[in-house]
Design a protein around this ligand. Structure first.
Ligand SMILES: Cc1ncc(COP(=O)(O)O)c(C=O)c1O
Length: 397
């Protein structure tokens, strides 16, 4: 597999030397802009002596216990996930997802009867780039699985179930719900099908649930609700970046399979970044508070309502069930690349072409190429201005 270039590097190359036609508005980065919780600064100051020592890779009891209670409350999982055995803090899920691919290779070697030749790692398509970076680091074949209309834009698990040779050599499957960019949410049945495949074919599921708290009306079901009291083959990834507008805190967690985590912790203790102690204290406080998360959802919902009013039915998109992106079908107006350039040049609106977030699949189709992605992270007025400009630029020829 070729070394990947990030979608943002590709975009910078595409728009190099092209001046924005109006004051620039950037809708490319999935970086939350709503206020972070007011208490974060005080907690970091109160714990500042914790910057002196090296932080332990397993974090603090307080962080893991808080996360265990948060999981129990959010997913009604009783004592399935314990602070002692089932949780590891992460320096943001980006590094966790990347290092997980290395963990999967080591774990697969301990599974009796698991083929070790020619390993494959399954990814959704479009996908988050650190999954592909992990597959690249492992020299594993990255197999991109397109979502389709029929599968609610998530990888089609019924079709995948027929590919037994591929599944037998699969060591890990990165599966995101809510999905970035489409915002689709896996049902409990989807999660159950995925778990059954993982156990039958002995691979790890890396469930990327970092958008789990950003939803329109109904909380997305989590993989831990579908596992019937048994977390083997499952690691779920969560983050405070989107939930709490704390992308710069670099704090999240992995939870699930205790055997995988024990082995992975040994590796992580040599190579992965820890989370500084004052930041773990702040992260725990953020997980103890839901008021700011509710406000966050309200603000996103307000922007989706504005999008509905502004874009109306003239442009082709579906209100996503989760996440904070708009995945706009622009086929009627040209290629994603041409539309991206035009929006920047005429309207000063910077978007990301869908094809930069996906790869050509085994049928040589890039499922992103009819789309652009808009991140609705800026304040309401800025987002509304961008959407109005985008609409006029595309429709008023
Ligand atoms: C799907 C997905 N997974 C993981 C991440 C990583 O988030 P963080 O490292 O901030 O937890 C992102 C960030 O944009 C994302 O979109």
């Amino acid at each position: 597999m070729q070394q990947e270039r990030s979608p943002f590097q590709q975009l910078a190359d595409l728009l190099e030397g092209v001046e924005p036609g109006q004051s620039p508005i950037n809708l490319t980065l999935g970086e939350p802009k709503h206020a972070m919780p007011a208490f974060i600064g005080d907690i970091i100051r109160e714990n500042e002596t914790g910057f002196r020592p090296y932080p332990p890779i397993r974090g603090t009891d307080d962080f893991r216990e808080t996360v265990a209670s948060w999981i129990e409350n959010r997913y009604q999982t009783g004592d399935l996930i314990t602070a002692e055995k089932h949780i590891l803090p992460l320096n943001g899920t980006r590094e966790g997802l990347f290092h997980a691919a290395i963990g999967a290779r080591d774990w697969a070697k301990t599974q009796p009867g698991k083929p070790t030749e020619n390993p494959a790692i399954l990814l959704p398509n479009p996908f988050y780039h650190s999954y592909a970076a992990g597959a690249h680091a492992m020299d594993a074949e990255a197999v991109f699985l397109n979502g389709t209309n029929e599968s609610n834009f998530l990888p089609d698990l019924d079709e995948l179930a027929t590919e037994t040779h591929l599944l037998d050599r699969t060591i890990a499957f990165f599966y995101a719900s809510p999905a970035n960019p489409q915002g689709s949410i896996a049902s409990l049945q989807d999660w159950q099908k995925l778990i059954a495949l993982a156990r039958k074919h002995k691979f790890m599921i890396f469930a990327d649930e970092c958008y789990s708290e950003i939803y329109r009306t109904t909380p997305p079901p989590g993989i831990l609700q579908a596992c019937e009291g048994n977390v083997s083959n499952i690691i779920t990834f969560h983050s405070l970046s989107k939930r709490s507008n704390l992308a710069g805190l670099r704090c999240g967690f992995a939870a699930g399979d205790a055997d995988f985590l024990t082995q992975w912790t040994k590796y992580r203790n040599m190579a992965a970044p820890q989370v500084p102690l004052p930041l773990l204290a702040a992260g725990a406080a953020a997980y103890r508070d839901e008021a700011h998360v509710e406000e966050n959802r309200r603000l996103y919902n307000e922007k989706y309502e504005a999008a509905r009013r502004i874009l109306g039915t003239d442009l082709d998109y579906q209100q996503p069930e989760g996440g904070f992106f708009l995945w706009l079908n622009i086929r009627a107006f040209g290629t994603d690349i041409a539309v991206t350039k035009k929006l920047w040049k005429q309207a000063g609106v910077r978007v990301i072409p869908g094809s930069f977030l996906a790869r050509r699949d085994r049928q040589n189709i890039n499922p992103g190429e009819d789309f652009i992605r808009l991140a609705l992270v800026a304040p309401l007025d800025e987002t509304s201005t961008a959407l109005s400009r985008l609409k006029s630029c595309l429709l008023d020829q």
